[in-house]
Write a protein that binds this ligand. Structure first.
Ligand code: BES
Ligand code: MN
Ligand code: ZN
Length: 472
């Protein structure tokens, strides 16, 4: 449960391994080594040169002006090089990079170095890597420190994604959230009795087949002046068997990360508070376990949501929307947010539509979409807007209740979003991100190891930091 990269800012350090940016090479032997192997200085190209008593890792950065995200990618690739001897203890002079890019390069290395090690007792543990960085200005160090608070949030999100469901269930998840109070967040927890009193029949119906009790966690950050908060809402299904509408066994273990939306929200709240962002933000997550059991809800059951609307539960595997319905109502009634963004590993259909490259974005407000898209472009956490509205909403008609919880077999991500929209009051600006294809990666990328990605933490933090009020 930790990073395996130590970053130190030293004036001068004796290491037998050093890394240098290609553009900084003044040493004749090194430049001729580069010439001999036709080092092209493309970004992320590396060359190792072994001397008699020291080794040098040459880093290609590309010719064009660096972008932040490119600097992060190079940092991520650099980290990979540092995990091998003799580079486990390396010095690096970043004096020739400007402050922003130097900081982001280190941030990329930080994100890439995440590794979940909690349950290895032997063998597989990773070696620690140490990077001694010189040449950074005070400004670059302070930009990096701010990015470290973001990395804290990404790390927290990844930690909870990796945890198996016998370790991370609603009550133990609550314990993971409580320490965030140390950052100045106000943490409130709703137990089942309180949810019962509030009439949260939709959420409680999902959890009723599990021996684990359901919970809601509210994380309130009051960094702003007298303004309505932004609401970040997360699906926290700690395990999704499908319930009585049981899923097939193959790949069911993946459903331990069906709390990926909540992980993004918890991680973002950690980063927002860690960076003391001057906004009011309420993060709220609905935590349940969806199990088949003698007491589980049945297909055809009718539940009454906190909003008063009744729902015919045709498929108990369409549970995320039931959880979110009550959480959305609760956050609107209690906090009157100026905008709501929910994140959920909601549908397999979003993988059919967008593959593993984009999250699906659904919204009732173009301004909100624009602000999210800006944050997405800046952070590289990709999303693509999908339709929602009357065509999909119609599919939810039930003959016995106000709505049923699934639509037709086609466009399943959009009918899921249409279901959620029924719980948005007074046209509050709302966006829903279906992250079923993004929460976990089997391949990883330069700054994201394969596994729980923490998708959404950087996007949400950037979004909140640059929030502009929507008029009218
Ligand atoms: N948690 C799943 C969606 C999911 C699928 C997440 C794959 C991550 C990877 C969700 O609760 C679910 O089961 N959705 C159903 C909805 C259907 C019953 C309408 C689905 O996608 O099959
Ligand atoms: Mn499900
Ligand atoms: Zn689910």
């Amino acid at each position: 449960m930790s990073y395996y990269l130590n970053i130190y800012f030293d004036a001068k350090t004796e290491t037998t391994a050093q890394a240098v940016l290609y553009t900084d090479i003044t040493n004749e032997a090194l430049s001729s080594a580069c010439a001999r192997v036709e080092f092209k200085n493309t970004d992320g190209q590396f060359l190792t040169v072994h001397g008699d008593d020291s080794s040098t890792l040459i880093i290609g950065t590309g010719e064009e002006v660096l972008e932040k995200s490119k600097a992060e990618t190079i940092g991520g690739k650099l980290y990979k090089q540092l995990t091998k001897q003799p580079f486990l203890n390396t010095s690096l002079d970043l004096g020739s990079l400007d402050d922003v890019h130097a900081a982001h390069l280190l941030h990329g290395a930080r994100l890439a170095s995440y590794s979940f090690q909690s349950y290895f007792t032997k063998g597989d543990k990773k070696a620690e890597t140490t990077l001694h960085v010189t040449g950074l200005s005070e400004e670059a160090k302070s930009i990096f420190e701010k990015l470290e608070r973001l990395a804290d949030g990404v790390k927290l999100a990844r930690d909870v994604l990796y945890e198996p469901a016998n370790k991370l269930y609603p009550e133990s998840y609550v314990e993971r959230c409580k320490p965030l109070a140390n950052l100045g967040l106000e943490i409130d927890v709703l137990d089942e009795a309180q949810m019962e009193a509030l009439g949260m029949g939709a959420l409680l119906g999902v959890g009723q087949g599990s021996v684990r009790e359901s919970r809601i966690v509210v994380m309130h950050w009051k960094g702003g002046s007298d303004e309505a908060p932004l609401a970040l809402v997360g699906k926290g299904v700690c395990f999704d068997t499908g319930g009585i509408s049981l899923k097939p066994p193959k790949g069911m273990e993946d459903m331990k990360w069906d709390m990926g939306g909540s992980a993004a929200v918890v991680g973002a709240m950690c980063a927002i508070a860690g960076r003391k962002i001057k906004r009011n933000v309420v993060g709220i997550i609905g935590l349940v376990e969806n199990m088949p059991d003698g007491n589980a809800q049945r297909p055809g059951d009718v539940v009454t949501s906190m909003s008063g609307q009744t729902i015919e539960v045709i498929n108990t595997d369409a549970e995320g929307r039931l959880v979110l319905a009550d959480v959305l109502t609760y956050v609107q009634q209690n906090y009157k947010p100026q905008a709501i963004v929910d994140l959920a590993t909601l549908t397999g259909a979003i993988l059919v539509a967008l593959g593993k490259e984009y999250a699906g974005l659904f919204s009732n407000n173009d301004n909100l979409v624009g602000q999210l898209q800006t944050a997405s472009n800046k952070t590289g956490e990709k999303m693509w807007r999908m339709p929602v509205g009357a065509y999909f909403d119609k599919q939810l008609k039930s003959h016995i209740a106000d709505m049923k919880n699934i639509g037709t077999p086609y466009g399943g991500s959009s009918s899921a979003a249409a279901f959620l929209e029924r719980f948005i009051e007074n046209d509050t600006p709302w966006a829903h991100l279906d992250i079923a294809g993004k929460a976990w990666s089997d391949t990883g990328d330069a700054i994201t190891p394969a596994g729980g990605t923490g998708y959404g933490v950087r996007l949400l933090t950037e979004f909140v930091e640059n929030w502009q009020d929507i008029d009218g």
